[in-house]
Structure formats: structure tokens, C-alpha cells
Design a binder for this molecule. Structure first.
Ligand SMILES: NC(=O)c1ccc[n+]([C@@H]2O[C@H](COP(=O)([O-])OP(=O)(O)OC[C@H]3O[C@@H](n4cnc5c(N)ncnc54)[C@H](O)[C@@H]3O)[C@@H](O)[C@H]2O)c1
Length: 441
């Protein structure tokens, strides 16, 4: 199996310095984690060994010859390199397309924190794309983490490497229903975020935004936990002001196809500040701009995953519209840094968290094609033909431009994005490539 060698990847930040760790010590909260440890949780594919003939090889590999076993052990050792202790090894049976899973032999090491530093943290939507990266970080930092998720768009597999860890708990629950737990901080992320998912059942999306936030704010009020909501740049709608500062009120179509999400988040913010002024709940509001990274659902129609998957499969890349509409993309680790900094700061106003580097969608498609070609060449699998970029009709209410003004985050949190889009895309390409090799895409 073709696997990325985590140790060989050098990631440079916007200043040209190598990124070896993410996070920082700020507001009395240390969020720093080594990048290679974090990477080992998502970039290295789950090790799957294939048994080629079920006629000769009974399940669980009991019947392989000594030589086969030795070869396999050698291959496994090569594959896991420095992370052997935290790897599970599963066996794939191609004849009946089944897999025998194993569990981890040892969890990745987490920090040992003094009781007054160790927080009980609830992450709603913790099995989703953003949530799972936040959970990885908080777990490695040594906190007690509870994931609450109904698995509508998230999956248990995103955090399964923590199942059984004494600091970790996973609860299947819908935030539309009340939930009681003791906690110190609540990251309220539960809400489908991609258009096909939130448009699948618009009424449910509004209920999740409104009732889910109501329930979690009620919990924060009772437990006196600090509450952070993951709001969105969609509250600005199709903006008439560029870049968007937090003071801009937005330009949202209240009855369009995106309204269930946009208006849902707007009312969720209103509710959040209502609980702050009426009940003294300690709140934080993050307005997140387009984010991408490993564990994004490859088929939910978001532009980054669409482009990468198409290019990796050698299919033509589809740009909706004329490709002149612009977007800015931030990499997941920058977002997690921003969310943790905001949660632990004293900033109670809304804060934009995003990367201001603006690309037209056409330029972005070219960048993705470039990076995919580079990674394929490095791995010695040059594609047979160059993929083309083709243009299709633009969806209704698709914003023409959106770019964050992140001055507030810089001034009050000391936060600004470090990852270039190219570096993020490269990591994403390696992740999807590994998933394809593993057979899970
Ligand atoms: N990814 C982005 O670019 C982006 C941008 C702006 C805002 N956000 C916000 O960040 C949060 C996370 O987004 P994501 O990209 O990880 O999306 P995601 O769909 O991957 O994750 C959302 C998670 O919430 C869970 N969920 C949905 N409805 C629920 C319910 N009723 N009860 C319990 N759990 C529920 C899902 O199962 C999933 O695990 C969302 O609130 C989203 O609005 C994300």
C-alpha cells in the first residue's frame, strides 16, 4: 500500500518558516501540540493488510505461511515507523469485501495536567470535521472531553482512536433535546455545515440551530460553563462590503435555499447574546470562514474536496459559474488555534476566524491541479493525462465574494493564520490519497 511518510513532509508557514507545532500558550491556556503527533491521528492511513485468497487464508490470518507472516510484519513495521504503539492493524478480505478491525494497543500520550488546569469540555458536533480536530487537540492537551453528536453528518470513525481512553466519552444525542452534564467549557458546533446536508431537511437545520443552541445555552447557564458557538461567515450573506468586519450586519435572503442555515446561525447568535445579557452566561462567538482539511466529507459538495477528489481520480474539475467568484480558505489547524484562543480569552464580541488570502475559484482549481500533480509525481504515479477545468451553471444565492477582516482576532487574540492554502491543500491531497489507497473513498 502506498502511504505518505509523515516524517518527510516539510510544511512552511506564510513567512517561510517550517511548521513543527500548532497552537500556543495564551490567556493561561496552553494549546501547543507537535504537528507530527497530530498528523499521526489523521494523515497516516489505518493500516490494512489484505488477505488475497480466502480459500487458503482463513480470517484473522491464522493460516498464512511463516514467510508470509514475516513479510507482513516487515511491511507493517515499515508502515507504522515511529507511531507503532498507536496503530491498529486490520485485515481486509477482498473475496467477500469484509474487514476485521482491531483496537489500538496504546493511546497516543496526553499531557498530565494539574487538577486546576484540567477542564471538563463538552464538544457538540465533536464527530464532525471541525469537531474531531478540536477533540484531538483537547485530548492531547490532557483535558476531559465529551463528544455529543447525533452522527447526522459526523462519523464515529473520526474520533474512534480515542474510544476507551479514560479522558474521553462519546454520547449519541440530538442537541434539539435537552442534555445534562457537568462541564467547564462548551464548544457548540453541532449543525450540518455543507449546503447539501443543511438543505436536506431545512426545518431540522433551523431546529438544530435554534433549539440546539437554546439547550446548550441552558446547560451553560446551569453549570456556569463558558459557552462558545461556531457561527459562520454566512451570517454576512452575499455581502456588499469587502472584506467583512464583525460590525457588518449582512445581506441575507431570508427565504432562499441557504436561509435555513444562514438565518439559523443569525438567530443562534441572537440567542447567545440574549443569554449573556439576561442570565450572565459567559459567551464567545466565532464567525468561521470557509475551512478545509483532512476528514472533510469528500462528497458533500464543498469546493476544496470536490476539486481534490476529481483531480486525484483523473476526472475533469468542475467550476460552477465563470470561476471569477472569489473565496478565501483557511486550514483546519489555524481554525482550531483560533477557537481555543477565543474560548480562553476575554473577548465576548463576535470574532471572524478565517484566512484573508483571496482566490478566484478558477485560480484555486489550478492550484489544486498543480498540487495533485506534484504529490503524484513525488509518489511516482504520474497520471496518464492532464485533468481539464470545465465550467458549469452557478447555484442560486452563491455569494460572489467573501473575505474576512481578521483585525479583531489579531488584536484581541493575537491570532492570525499561519498556513498557506497551498500547504493545506498538499496535506489534504495526501490525506485523500491515503484514504483512496485504503479503499475508504
Ligand atoms: N467547515 C466550515 O468551513 C465551517 C464554516 C463556518 C462555520 N462552520 C461551523 O462549524 C461547525 C462544524 O462544521 P463542520 O464543517 O465540522 O460540519 P460537519 O457536518 O462535519 O459537523 C457537524 C457535526 O454536528 C453533528 N450534528 C448535526 N446536527 C446535530 C444535532 N441535531 N445534534 C447533534 N449533533 C448534530 C453532525 O453529526 C456532525 O458531526 C458547524 O456549526 C458549522 O456551522 C463550519
Amino acid at each position: 500500500m502506498d502511504s505518505p511518510s509523515v516524517e518527510k513532509i516539510h510544511t512552511m508557514d506564510k513567512e517561510g518558516n517550517e511548521i513543527t507545532s500548532v497552537g500556543f500558550e495564551r490567556f493561561g491556556f496552553d494549546s501547543a501540540v507537535q504537528l507530527d503527533v497530530l498528523r499521526s491521528l489523521y494523515l497516516r492511513p489505518h493500516y490494512v493488510t489484505t488477505i488475497h485468497s480466502s480459500l487458503n487464508s482463513p480470517k484473522l490470518n491464522g493460516g498464512s505461511s511463516k514467510r508470509e507472516q514475516e513479510e507482513e510484519e516487515h511491511e507493517h513495521a515499515r508502515f507504522i515507523q515511529g507511531f507503532g504503539l498507536y496503530q491498529s492493524k486490520s485485515i481486509y478480505h477482498p473475496d467477500d469485501h469484509s474487514i476485521s478491525y482491531t483496537t489500538l494497543s496504546r493511546f497516543p500520550p496526553v499531557k498530565l495536567l494539574a487538577p486546576d488546569k484540567r477542564k471538563r469540555i463538552l464538544v457538540t458536533g465533536g464527530a464532525g470535521f471541525v469537531g474531531s480536530h478540536l477533540v484531538d487537540r483537547l485530548m492531547l492537551l490532557g483535558h476531559d472531553v465529551t463528544v455529543l453528536d447525533n452522527f447526522f453528518t459526523g462519523s464515529k470513525t473520526t474520533v474512534s482512536h480515542w474510544v476507551g481512553h479514560p479522558n474521553f466519552e462519546m454520547v449519541r444525542h440530538d442537541v434539539v433535546e435537552p442534555f445534562m452534564i457537568e462541564c467547564d467549557q462548551i464548544y457548540h458546533l453541532a449543525c450540518p455545515a455543507s449546503p447539501p446536508h443543511y438543505q436536506y431537511n431545512p426545518v431540522k437545520t433551523v431546529k438544530t440551530s435554534f433549539m440546539g443552541t437554546l439547550n446548550m445555552l441552558g446547560l451553560a447557564k446551569r453549570t456556569k460553563a463558558r459557552f462558545l458557538i461556531s457561527s459562520t461567515s454566512e451570517v454576512y450573506g452575499d455581502p456588499e462590503v469587502h472584506p467583512q468586519t464583525e460590525d457588518y450586519w449582512g445581506h441575507v435572503n431570508p427565504i432562499g435555499p441557504r436561509a435555513c442555515y444562514d438565518e439559523g446561525k443569525r438567530v443562534a447568535e441572537t440567542l447567545t447574546y440574549g443569554f449573556q445579557s439576561q442570565d450572565g452566561v459567559d459567551v464567545r462567538v466565532a464567525r468561521i470562514f470557509n475551512t478545509f482539511g483532512p476528514r472533510m466529507n469528500p462528497f458533500d459538495g464543498r469546493v476544496v474536496s470536490n476539486f481534490i477528489i476529481q483531480a486525484l481520480k483523473g476526472e475533469d474539475m468542475t467550476v460552477f459559474g465563470d470561476g471569477k467568484q472569489t473565496r478565501s480558505f483557511q486550514y483546519i489547524h489555524d481554525l482550531i488555534d483560533g477557537l481555543i484562543a477565543l474560548m480562553n480569552s476575554n473577548e465576548t464580541r463576535p470574532v471572524n476566524i478565517g484566512n484573508g488570502d483571496e482566490f478566484t475559484i478558477g485560480e484555486f482549481a489550478e492550484l489544486v491541479r498543480d498540487v495533485v500533480e506534484k504529490v503524484q509525481e513525488e509518489d511516482g504515479c504520474k497520471p496518464a493525462r492532464k485533468v481539464e477545468i470545465i465550467y458549469g451553471p452557478i447555484p442560486k444565492d452563491d455569494p460572489q465574494r467573501r473575505r474576512p477582516d481578521t483585525t479583531r482576532a489579531k488584536e484581541t487574540l493575537g491570532w492570525q493564520p499561519r498556513w498557506t492554502v497551498r500547504m493545506g491543500v498538499e496535506e489534504m491531497v495526501r490525506y485523500y490519497k491515503a484514504k483512496m489507497a485504503e479503499g475508504s473513498i
